[in-house]
Design a protein around this ligand. Structure first.
Ligand code: C5P
Length: 400
């Protein structure tokens, strides 16, 4: 979503300015062209040299200085005409107040006022003390900004640089990046409720041991982020993974297949779309030992009895008014043949087939979509990119 996009990154006078260096780096890594604009206050916390080095471009900080002899030399007009978005991160209470009132007394606030509101989105990531955030003036200004179509990222809650605790921390750079990507994403799932399962499940043998699988959760989490970016309300039901909960996604952590089923049944009624990405255990131990199974003698080997788990995807697909159901099939052989048979057996309109061993834990994946018109292969690509394509494919297939 960010490849070749031109982002104006505005930085204001907050201790959180150090996070913007990482944000600039993440944006560039995603293919964006970044021009940094700093206020006088920002330069008290971090030097322009840091950003000039990271972006490979001089920092813009002068309202009155001629920028480019060949152009009209009006920096606050030119810069925004070339930009796809103006992101102010961190944004102080003062700068937010000025933008809410239409005050333009430096380059950054001029840019906010002079941008073409249809072509250059504006988002702010507030950063301030908890009392400043709670102050009625700030509350008023934030409401005004939201009403004016400005996106407000966060803020997060926690320890503050001043030693106090509460709301007002700037979001972490990775979360800002996710929200910037969402800002640039077409809203093909606006208003839809999407329920997604991800990761492995863990089936206990005794209180300290269990059986699981190699699923990392990366594909399911990427789909959850992509669906949220496309405007959906997303509930993610995830087995044990090492991944951070995506911002703007309601994440519910579970362990076993039975817990995953319960959580899915609870949320399926509100869902228009269900995407079963989780590698759910097919069997669980039928007699989980209440205490740790002890190894008393050298030849001790426990015998485990198994029973089948419920098929979550099939259960949801069989409901009276099922959401649009999408399954994943990780196979090791006869991929397309097995996948088509699985789609019919599960009674779902769309199945996404991939090769199990080469996708589990990987950052890239190659999939084939299987629906009632046949099979459609997508190119091998990073999972986050693939997730965006799959969300578009799913949106195209939803009943009107
Ligand atoms: O039958 P198989 O496990 O290969 O099917 C894979 C698809 O079914 C995936 O979408 C997976 O999330 C889902 N599934 C499920 N409940 C199970 C087993 C698989 O929802 N118990």
């Amino acid at each position: 979503m960010l490849t070749n996009k031109h982002i104006l990154l505005g930085i204001t006078g907050s201790i959180a300015a150090y996070k913007s260096a990482e944000l600039a780096r993440l944006l560039i890594k995603k293919g964006a062209r970044v021009t940094v604009v700093m206020t006088q206050g920002a330069k008290e916390f971090i030097t322009p040299l840091t950003f000039a080095t990271l972006t490979g471009k001089p920092v813009a900080d002068q309202l009155w200085l001629n920028r480019d002899a060949a152009s009209s030399n009006i920096a606050h007009i030119n810069l925004t005409r070339e930009a796809d978005a103006l992101i102010i991160a961190p944004c102080t209470a003062n700068v937010a107040a000025k933008i809410a009132q239409g005050i333009a007394d430096d380059l950054l606030t001029n840019l906010a006022l002079a941008r073409d509101q249809k072509r250059c989105a504006l988002a702010i990531a507030p950063a301030m003390n908890v009392e400043m955030w709670r102050n009625r003036a700030t509350v008023r200004n934030m409401a005004q900004l939201a009403q004016d179509g400005v996106s407000i990222f966060g803020p997060a809650s926690g320890d503050q640089a001043c030693g106090e605790f509460g709301d007002g921390r700037m979001l972490e750079p990775q979360d800002c990046l996710t929200l910037i990507e969402a800002l640039m994403t077409p809203k093909v799932l606006q208003g839809q409720h999407v329920l997604i399962t991800a990761g492995p499940t863990f089936e206990a043998i005794d209180p300290v041991r269990g059986i699981t699988n190699r699923s990392s959760g990366k594909m399911g989490y990427a789909l959850a982020k992509a669906a949220a970016a496309a405007g959906a309300h997303v509930t993610l039901i995830a087995g044990p993974t090492a991944l951070a909960n995506p911002i703007n996604v309601h994440t519910i952590k579970v362990e076993s297949a039975a817990q995953m089923l319960q959580a899915c049944l609870h949320h399926a009624q509100q869902a228009n779309v269900f995407i079963g990405v989780a590698a759910v255990a097919d069997w669980r131990v039928s007699d989980i030992a209440p205490h740790k199974i002890k190894k008393q003698h050298a030849q001790d080997v426990p015998t485990l009895q198994f029973e089948q788990t419920a098929d979550i995807l099939h259960t949801i697909a069989q409901q009276e008014k099922p959401p649009y159901c999408v399954g994943f099939a990780a196979e090791t052989e006869n991929l397309l043949e097995f996948a088509q048979a699985k789609r019919l057996k599960k009674g779902i309109p769309l199945l996404i087939a991939n090769h199990g061993p080469s996708t589990f834990g990987a950052d890239e994946n190659q999939v084939t979509l299987i629906d009632d018109t046949g099979s459609h292969a997508l190119a091998q690509q990073p999972k986050h990119q693939l997730a965006a394509s799959l969300i578009q494919e799913i949106a195209k297939r939803l009943p009107a």
